[in-house]
Ligand binder design. Structure first.
Ligand SMILES: Nc1nc2c(ncn2[C@@H]2O[C@H](COP(=O)(O)OP(=O)(O)O)[C@@H](O)[C@H]2O)c(=O)[nH]1
Ligand SMILES: [Mg+2]
Length: 464
């Protein structure tokens, strides 16, 4: 491992930038932290107005009866006028023809010239129009790019504040104690190390992770001749960050199908938050413009199917479920429907009774077989949901499930409800499965993609 001396300063810069993004967005939209989630940039798409106006160009009439009615009336009026004028003109020209044939020839010449000029004029206007359109498109592209940027910035601010709030308990408990340690000990000695170790274990960082961490810290103190406990806090943040990024071969991204539905299977014991996480994921993907379908594979627990159906309704997702039947059968029928409806994302809920490991393993095998038969390379993700408030128990669940089926990612829920947010580090280090999402509250917007920088911000922002 390469110890990067400048890491803490880099972290500090990252955290400062995050603070700035939040302040700027709050100021721009004139909102408080609590109101940030309510900003919807999509309500103010700057190119929308122009698209509406474009619909009213004459050769593409709006299918609006009132507009048609008006136009018909107008046409009739115009026709009436035309008839009278035409008649007058005809009479006049007849007289002229009788008077002199030569005039007719001249008139023909003039007509031809007129046509040429008209053609030229038409070409000119076409070119002008093209140029105008191009300019408009460029302008649209620019506005759209700016809009996307503004949207990303709002989203970033929303993420940061959600992390900030969701990790408050851990921050207050663990980080304030860490700061106290720096004040209490003017010198780094055995007692200091012991207290620090206890602090980390209490934050659920995990015994093995803490042991490795302590070894590295001691070595670094020796090597860098660190004596000041306050300065050591910086090194600690640094090292905690390294624990996480060290294992960076693990991808946090959700694997998406290149074509056809992306299938995400949710597993985990009862009560950890599978069903609500499915709802939050559906909400997220719907917001991204994707079509979503939920399949209720938890067919045994009374009310589980109904609960998911309600979430489907609320999030505007499609739904398939049947109570008291074989889960693999429900998944089979659900996937047939998902393919028929050309759905983008399929979220499958499962029952999580772990009291019989063999049964659960067989059932998940069956479900996986059905999914794989329907859609090649599916499920694209099997996400294990664990409840952060259960601490080390959650880690044990992860280890057990890992033996049962191929877990591709972890969703760590209820981080907002615990002061032991260090569990994120333990999972990465001891389970070696990436945390892909974290639950930071009960709102639909409280499920976030796991982001180490936002996590570090949520934990240590007071220390910077
Ligand atoms: N505070 C908090 N509560 C959560 C979170 N995720 C889920 N819950 C709650 O956990 C409870 C159990 O969730 P449920 O989805 O029914 O669990 P399941 O049995 O695994 O399907 C519900 O009351 C949820 O509101 C979270 O991130 N934060
Ligand atoms: Mg459930």
């Amino acid at each position: 491992m390469v110890i990067n001396m400048g890491l803490f300063d880099k972290l500090k810069n990252i955290l400062k930038k995050k603070e700035k993004v939040v302040e700027e967005v709050k100021k721009e939209y004139n909102v408080s932290d609590d109101e940030l989630d309510k900003i919807s940039v999509f309500d103010s798409d700057p190119t929308e107005e122009e698209t509406l106006e474009d619909d009213y160009v004459p050769d593409e009439p709006e299918l609006d009866e009132e507009i048609f009615a008006d136009e018909e009336e107008l046409d009739e009026e115009l026709e009436d006028d035309d008839d009278e004028e035409e008649l007058d003109e005809e009479e006049e020209s007849e007289d002229e023809v009788e008077d002199d044939d030569e005039v007719v020839d001249e008139e023909e010449d003039i007509d031809e010239e007129d046509e040429d000029i008209e053609e030229e004029l038409e070409e000119d206007t076409e070119e002008d129009l093209e140029q105008e359109e191009e300019a408009e498109e460029d302008e649209d592209d620019k506005e759209w790019a700016e809009f996307v940027k503004a949207h990303q910035k709002v989203e970033e601010a929303q993420d940061i504040v959600t992390y900030d709030k969701g990790l408050e308990k851990t921050r207050k408990e663990f980080v304030s104690k860490l700061s106290m340690l720096g004040i209490k000990y003017t010198k780094i000695n055995e007692e200091y190390y012991e207290e620090l170790e206890e602090l980390l274990i209490n934050a659920d960082v995990g015994v093995n992770t803490v042991m490795n961490f302590m070894d590295r810290l001691r070595a670094r103190v020796k090597e860098e001749k660190i004596t000041d406990a306050n300065y050591l806090n910086e090194v600690i943040v640094d090292e905690l960050f390294i624990i996480y990024v060290d294992n960076d071969s693990l991808s946090d991204k959700i694997k998406m199908a290149s074509e056809g539905p992306t299938v995400i299977l949710m597993v985990g014991v009862n009560g950890v938050g599978k069903t609500t996480t499915i709802a939050k994921l559906a909400y997220k993907y719907k917001n991204e413009g994707k079509s979503v379908m939920m399949i209720a594979g938890d067919t045994f627990r009374a009310g589980a199917v109904k609960q998911l159906e309600e979430w489907a309704e609320r999030t505007g997702s499609l739904f398939y479920g049947k109570e008291n039947t074989d889960p693999a059968g429900v998944v089979f029928d659900g996937l047939v429907k998902a393919k028929e409806e050309n759905v983008d994302i399929v979220l499958i809920d499962t029952a999580g009774r772990l009291q019989n490991k063999v049964n659960l393993m067989k059932e998940l095998e069956k479900v996986n077989k059905v999914i794989g038969k329907h859609i090649p390379n599916a499920p694209h993700e099997t996400l294990l949901v664990i409840d952060a408030t259960t601490g080390q128990n959650g880690i044990s669940q992860a280890k057990a499930f890992k033996e049962i089926t191929n877990i591709t990612g972890i969703v760590l829920t209820k981080l907002d409800g615990t002061a032991k947010g260090g569990i994120v580090l333990a999972i990465k280090d001891e389970v070696k499965i990436p945390v892909k999402f974290i639950g930071l509250g009960e709102k639909m917007t409280d499920l976030k993609t796991f982001d180490i920088e936002n996590y570090i911000y949520g934990l240590f922002k007071d220390m910077m």
